[in-house]
Design a binder for this molecule. Structure first.
Ligand code: PLP
Length: 377
């Protein structure tokens, strides 16, 4: 099996699974219980929070665990709009956001909010200048992702944070950093965003746990889930102790080798770009700068067929976001590419375990596909 779909999800290292097993079987108490077993479970959660908070360079109390990146995105949007309900009902976001941001924004638009959706250029780039032009006194929220999951393009989140500060805007800034977490040398709070969404399963952690960073400008955030008062009273529900411990273990493993991992993935990406674009008819799509995502198109060869053909040979890659399940992706549509280029879009994404030999094998399989299949008319 050659797994080149790390932007969809990542394999869980043995040490992470072992840690989760330990917590599941030994530390199974409810963290709210007032006897040693419960207190030990609470200590696991506290330790996990410290580890993840350290990776973001924030105080543990600024980090709240959620069930996934999607939940973090939804919460960030509702928390910002609730706090800024007296500022206005204008939201700025981008056409290349994940559905976890776009869909809640669309729903809000049906409920009376006004949405400005910034369009990327053909290379998938959105500029801070576009945000500056869209900004209004009644803008309550700017939601701009850090790394696009389909193209690997990087949005100018730090520049936008500076712009909002400089213009004395009251808009809160949210960044969906699900694909950016631990893919940069610097901790993400340096970006200056008020809200940051992350998810464990993109960095070797388990599925079913994410987190939201709530910065200082979030005063008394509205609880997402009122109830028993867990997560500082903001997100009730018995803590997912094993998931949180697995998340923390994955962060520790990743952080211990952060520069090496980023360098390895960036070298793989460059190599894959060289190998793949050497195949006739294959071109780069998007000006991706993230180390782990490479988007290309084999013009005229429908990506769904390629994904199935290579998948049958044990090579896993994506026809775009795994969340789209065969439907044309809104991100690729936003690039306004010629139809045959858009139809042929393939996403290769890499992790620390990926090897150069695996890229050679995938490139050879893609070349064979092109030589043996008929293109679309
Ligand atoms: N945001 C981005 C950019 C993503 O790539 C993903 C997952 O693919 C999500 C949000 C959703 O994260 P989760 O799967 O943890 O809900």
């Amino acid at each position: 099996m050659i797994y080149l779909d790390h932007a969809a999800t990542t394999p869980v290292p043995r040490a992470v699974a072992d840690e989760m097993y330990r917590v599941l079987t030994e530390e199974y108490g409810n963290p709210s219980s007032q006897y040693p077993l419960g207190r030990q479970a609470a200590a696991e959660v506290a330790r996990g929070r410290q580890v993840v908070a350290r990776a973001l360079d924030c105080a543990p109390e600024q980090l709240r665990f959620t069930s996934c990146g999607t939940e973090s995105d939804n919460w960030a949007i509702s928390a910002a709009l609730h706090q800024n309900r007296h500022v206005g009902k204008h939201i700025i976001t981008t056409a290349i956001e994940h559905s976890a941001v776009l869909e809640p924004c669309r729903r809000l638009a049906q409920e009376g909010y006004e949405l400005t959706v910034l369009q990327p250029n053909r290379r998938g780039i959105i500029t801070a200048e576009q945000v500056a032009q869209a900004l209004r006194p009644d803008t309550a929220l700017v939601s701009m992702m850090l790394v696009n999951n389909e193209l690997g393009t990087v949005c100018p989140v730090a520049e936008v944070a500076g712009l909002l500060r400089g213009s004395k805007s009251r808009a809160l800034l949210h960044t969906d950093a699900v694909q950016g977490f631990l893919k940069t040398e610097f901790p993400l709070t340096e970006l200056g965003a008020d809200l940051i969404s992350i998810s464990a399963h993109k960095i070797g952690g388990p599925k079913g746990v994410g987190a939201l960073y709530l910065g200082q400008r979030l005063r008394n955030p509205r609880p997402l889930l009122p109830g028993g008062g867990q997560e500082g009273g903001l997100r009730s529900g018995t803590e997912a102790t094993a998931q949180i411990a697995g998340f923390a273990k994955a962060v520790e493993l990743w952080q211990a080798e952060l520069p090496q991992r980023l360098d390895h993935m960036a070298r793989l990406r460059r190599y894959a770009q060289e190998q793949l674009t050497a195949i006739p008819g294959v071109q780069l799509v998007g000006d991706g700068a993230a180390p782990h995502v490479l988007c290309v198109s084999m013009e005229g060869y429908p990506s769904q067929n390629v994904v199935e053909d290579l998948g049958a040979q044990g090579i896993c890659l994506s026809a775009g976001s795994a969340c789209h399940k065969g439907r044309p992706s809104h991100v690729i549509s936003a690039l306004n590419l010629p139809k045959k280029v858009a139809a042929g879009v393939l996403r290769f994404s890499f992790g620390p375990e990926t090897t150069f030999e695996e890229i050679d094998a995938a490139a050879a399989a893609l070349r064979r596909h092109r030589e043996t299949r008929f293109p679309m008319l």
